[in-house]
Ligand binder design. Structure first.
Ligand code: DND
Ligand code: ATP
Ligand code: GLN
Length: 681
């Protein structure tokens, strides 16, 4: 339980991609500057610092690379850098020209706690256009198992080196150098297959127009393909501008996702510090079993020299340095969100159209409550029939007031159906519900105010019963409305209830995204007035099943006071479903994302006066509810869900899709981990 707020307790490692003004052909000065920046990164909690290619000598020094005086000075600089950082656990990767076996290599020197741990030579030397590296350097390809004498010591030398932190679980560092990333088969591909979770690229890449974007593509692509954290650090200020210029681009990507990119053309020393998620990389690699299959097809892991080191990471709260969405399903970046909304809605519409075409279905039946889910399903259905050229009267929409239906939601339902121009009807379920409760001898029938689950489910069941029989009558299908969050929590009525439909367009959408999607559809211009105004009114209404009549002590049956805020439950759902993270890790992330409404971005359009925050105690309390319901109760409801499209990369809960689990499982392991791993504050 100690150290709950430390990133290192939760599978993260802080790493630094560095660039600094180089002094050409002045290795001692460069070593001093490198030591200072490494010490500052270590002071900020980092366990790895990557510097540019040939940074100890300078890259753009042409044939000076071959001068013995310079190469002697480089060795002295390596010794000095090691000495000046001897007290630090941080692994330093510095670029230097090194002499070995009658040749000169463009290499990365790994230094930690005053020792040279190993030297990795560059494999692929550019010798085209503005590059002349083969003129001075020998390629590192095929150099394995060797040892080098350098800076008064001896160390492993080769492209077969991996650096493994013994005290940061999952941190294995592989190294490549600039052009190595530009070739069809970069060394980092094999490094990753051998287990490197973090790839460091020491680079000196002169800038020309548009080149930054190319580098970004390469780094992003390679991190996505190798499922690694890729650190790219390029030379900048101080490099010779004889014939080219330099921009010191620094970037870190993790499995294709940008974690940070520094200012271009920086002045002075610059360290980009980010926290990479080693759990996430391990989970992604083991989940995408093709990763291991690819390794096997390439002859297995192969022979590597694994060099252990003790990074001694700091303990305690050192902050958290990586982008974190408070709504993992709803990005705060406006462009990304726009794209996600377009895709989500279009996936729903096109999936429903395909089902209708395939079964020659010309009519849709839907229950419209005036709540969020049925609203979303109805606007999906409306667009689908528009695109199929069927006309809105192909939709048979029913609002079916029960004992708890409020006038506001009923009004919203009627207004929406009318505004959309669908066939609409009001079907009061109360007489049938009374009959059923009477036949069952339920106390409510005798006048007792007993509003139990039976009372609730009689209503939910009757609505479903009516909808299915109406579908028979009108030769249509029942469009399902239940969303991904409800499926996660088991918040639906099983079988004869809203769990069932002929096709569920919402099954892949979490509640937090539906809320936003409705907001987005309002602005998309697809539906004429007064539809957007009606949608706005629906969005402003409290989420409620409205199965229990309002009373003075409970004016409205609030869903979120019972099963927890969807904001938190969707947060947990995302990390559990997509990455299988421990509850304590999800709680750590949730506290970072949700404890302060003023910190971090909100999706555009999210009302400023409706921005909640949750402290750790609330997070823990609601996570208990989530874990009990998700792992211990609701799987039987998911095991029998109707068809419906997956929408989010976060995952779906269909047993034929992303999530299979026993319907008679236990939540014990997750609840115990939560209690043991998250402090009660
Ligand atoms: N593992 C398992 N395998 C097979 N059956 C299992 C089971 N666990 C319970 N059961 C049985 O399942 C039944 C309980 O499930 P179920 O009948 O669904 O009922 P239940 O989950 O107890 O109640 C439904 C809840 O969902 C809420 N709801 C309903 C409809 C819509 C919304 C909404 O806001 O959208 C919310 C409603 O307010 C109520 O609290 C019991 O008969 C129980 O014995
Ligand atoms: N009064 C009603 N009239 C018609 N259909 C209803 C009514 N109440 C519930 N339903 C149907 O049952 C589904 C689940 O209902 P409920 O309101 O309990 O859950 P919900 O997730 O809040 O859905 P919604 O946001 O659509 O209200 C609805 O989506 C709708 O299809
Ligand atoms: N130093 C290098 O290896 C640079 C080569 C790389 N292709 C570039 O253009 O940036």
């Amino acid at each position: 339980m100690t150290d709950f707020r430390s990133i290192y307790r939760h599978g993260f490692a802080r790493v630094a991609a560095c660039t600094l003004p180089v002094s050409l052909a002045d290795p001692l000065r460069n070593a001093a500057a490198t030591a200072d920046l490494a010490a500052s990164a270590a002071g900020d909690g980092a366990v790895l610092a990557v510097f540019p290619e040939l940074g100890l000598s300078g890259y753009a020094i042409d044939d000076l690379r071959q001068q013995d005086a310079l190469l002697d000075a480089v060795e002295a600089a390596i010794a000095q850098l090691a000495e000046r950082t001897a007290g630090l656990g941080i692994l330093i990767l510095a670029g230097a020209p090194v002499r070995h076996a009658d040749a000169l290599f463009n290499a990365a020197v790994a230094i930690q706690r005053g020792r040279v741990l190993g030297v990795v030579p560059k494999s692929f030397l550019p010798g085209y256009r503005e590059f002349y590296e083969p003129r001075q350097f020998a390629p590192g390809t095929g150099r394995t198992g060797e040892r080098i004498r350098i800076a008064g010591t001896e160390a492993p030398f080769g492209t077969d080196l991996l650096f493994e932190a013994e005290d940061v679980s999952g941190l294995t560092v592989g190294v490549e150098i600039c052009e190595d990333l530009w070739v069809p088969l970069p060394p980092s591909t094999r490094l990753a297959l051998a287990g490197a979770s973090v790839i460091a690229n020491l680079s000196a890449s002169n800038i020309t127009v548009g080149k930054a974007e190319t580098r970004r593509l390469l780094v992003q692509g390679q991190s996505a393909r190798t499922l690694s954290a890729y650190l790219y650090a390029a030379a900048g200020e101080g490099e010779s501008t004889n014939d080219v210029a330099w921009d010191g681009q620094v970037a870190v990507f993790e499995a294709g996702t940008p974690l940070g990119e520094s200012e271009r053309f920086p002045s002075g020393p610059n360290a980009l510090l980010v926290d990479v998620d080693l759990d996430l990389l391990r989970q992604e690699r083991s989940r995408m079993t093709s990763f291991d299959a690819n390794r096997a097809s390439e002859g297995g892991i192969g022979t590597w020299r694994r060099i252990g080191f003790r990074a001694t990471p700091p303990s305690g709260d050192i902050g958290f340095r990586r982008p974190l969405e408070r709504f993992p399903f709803v990005p705060s970046d406006p462009a990304r969100l726009e794209q996600d909304c377009f895709e989500s809605y279009t996936i729903q519409v096109s999936a429903l159209m395909q089902r209708m075409r395939a079964i020659n279905c010309k009519r849709l039946v839907i229950g419209v409550s005036g709540g969020l889910d049925s609203t979303q399903a109805l606007i999906v259905a409306a667009r689908a029939v528009d695109r199929l050229g069927l006309g809105r009267d192909a939709i048979f929409a029913y609002t079916m007031p029960g004992f708890g239906t409020g006038s506001e939601t009923l009004g919203n339902a009627l207004a929406l159906m009318e505004a959309l121009g669908v066939r609409s009807e009001t079907l009061d379920i109360r007489p049938s519900a009374r009959l059923m409760l009477e036949a069952m001898r339920h106390p409510f029938a005798g006048g007792e105010p007993l509003y139990d689950v039976t009372f609730e489910n009689v209503q939910a069941g009757l609505r479903t019963d009516f909808l299915f029989r109406l579908a028979n009558q009108h030769d249509g299908i029942v469009v399902g409305t239940g969303d991904l969050s409800e499926l996660g929590l088991g918040w639906c009525t099983y079988g004869v209830g809203d769990q069932m439909s002929h096709y569920n367009v919402n099954a892949g959408l979490p509640k937090t995204l539906i809320q936003h999607l409705i907001r987005w559809v309002m602005g998309a211009g697809w539906f004429a007035a007064p539809v957007p105004d009606t949608l706005a009114r629906i969005l402003a209404t409290e989420i409620s099943p409205e199965l229990v009549p309002a009373s003075t002590d409970q004016p409205i049956q609030s869903t979120e006071t019972k099963i927890g805020p969807y904001a938190l439950q969707d947060f947990t759902l995302f990390y559990v479903l997509r990455y299988g993270f421990r509850p304590s890790k999800v709680a750590f992330l949730a506290e970072r994302a949700w404890s302060d409404a003023g910190r971090g971005g909100w999706p555009p359009g999210f009302p400023p006066d409706a921005r909640p925050q949750y402290d750790l105690a609330e997070i823990k309390r609601w996570m208990r509810v989530f874990l009990r319901r998700f792992f211990g109760f609701s799987q039987f409801k998911r095991t029998a869900v109707p068809n419906g499209p997956k929408v989010s990369t976060g995952g779906s809960l269909s047993p034929r899709g992303d999530w299979r689990a026993p319907s008679d499982g236990s939540a014990r392991a997750w609840l115990d981990e939560l209690e043991a791993g998250v402090p009660d504050v």
